[in-house]
Write a protein that binds this ligand. Structure first.
Ligand code: BEZ
Ligand code: FE
Length: 287
């Protein structure tokens, strides 16, 4: 195969992949090469632009390590994560909707009793969260494992602080026999995604802001049910309609109710204003 030109190169590459032993890999690579070549043709990609693209991907790789995943951030900000989540979690409308996982989940967060304070010293106004985990027919789900994680009042997750070993603003609880859960934490606040790297430069070049509306992350697992990865978003947040990672769904927006200092739902008292959030989750029975 010689003398390939702009009209024949695509077919030549596809022919080279025709004998790939894994049919799914062949399908994916065929489509990828076709779209990649069509993209270059459509925008009439110059050599300087091609080099800028290579430099961008190189920088994305260089800043990525076990604590920072710039490629996921790229996928998130280009809407690819939301597309893949949506395609892979089609479910009945009565189920709680899924949204992006994000890069700040940590394996091995501590187990807490119901009612515990997951903030573990993270800065923020006190917040009491309660609700139930149910099936689509309303049956309570007992013992659902609920991973919770959130940013602090300054908009940072614990893992973003250098050398911070503790698990702050994250933990694992289990729903009670009646499917109910409750815990204490801190008020969720809006925060910018990490924007000091290539993805941040891309957003700036595109005239986009890096902010996410205030939210609380959940991953809920129960035997016999599809795992739910989602967030609850805070109603009234100014970024609900311009989330940097396209994760907001109306059904996931809830009220964080502000209370004046006084008696708290856990039977204590707060000398400062505090918040309550009520949210019920509905899991999809596994196929
Ligand atoms: C997050 O909500 O933790 C998140 C999601 C996507 C990108 C960055 C952060
Ligand atoms: Fe988040």
């Amino acid at each position: 195969m010689r003398n390939l030109n702009e009209d024949t190169i695509t077919q030549a590459v596809l022919a080279r992949h025709a004998e790939a032993p894994n049919p799914r890999l062949r399908e994916i690579m065929t489509s990828l090469v076709r779209h990649l070549h069509d993209f270059a043709r459509e925008v009439k990609l110059t050599e300087a632009e091609w080099a800028a693209g290579i430099e961008f991907l190189t920088a994305t790789g260089h800043i990525t390590d076990d604590k920072r995943q710039e490629f996921i951030l790229l996928s998130d900000t280009l809407g690819l994560s939301t597309l893949v989540t949506a395609m892979n979690h089609r479910k009945p409308p009565s189920c709680t909707e899924a949204t992006v996982f994000g890069p700040f989940f940590v394996e091995g967060a501590p187990d807490y009793e119901l009612g515990a304070d997951l903030a573990n010293g993270a800065k923020g106004d006190p917040c009491f969260v309660r609700g139930t985990v149910k099936s689509t027919d309303g049956t309570p789900i007992a013992g659902a494992v609920m991973e919770v994680w959130q940013a602090d009042a300054d908009g940072f997750y614990d893992v973003q602080y250098p050398g911070q070993p503790e698990h702050r603003g994250r933990g694992r609880i289990r729903s009670a026999r009646d499917g109910s859960f409750h815990f204490r934490s801190i008020l969720a606040e809006a925060y910018p995604i990490p924007h000091d790297g290539p993805v941040g430069r891309m957003l700036a070049a595109l005239g986009r802001h890096p902010w996410r509306p205030a939210h609380l992350h959940f991953m809920i697992q129960a035997e016999g049910y599809e795992t739910l990865v989602t967030h609850v978003f805070r109603d009234g947040d100014q970024y609900l309609d311009s989330d940097a990672v396209f994760g907001v769904r109306s059904s996931l927006v809830a009220q964080w109710v502000r209370h004046e200092p006084g008696a708290t739902p856990d039977g204590g008292t707060s000398e400062r204003p505090f918040y309550t959030l009520d949210f019920d989750f509905v899991l999809n029975p596994a196929a």
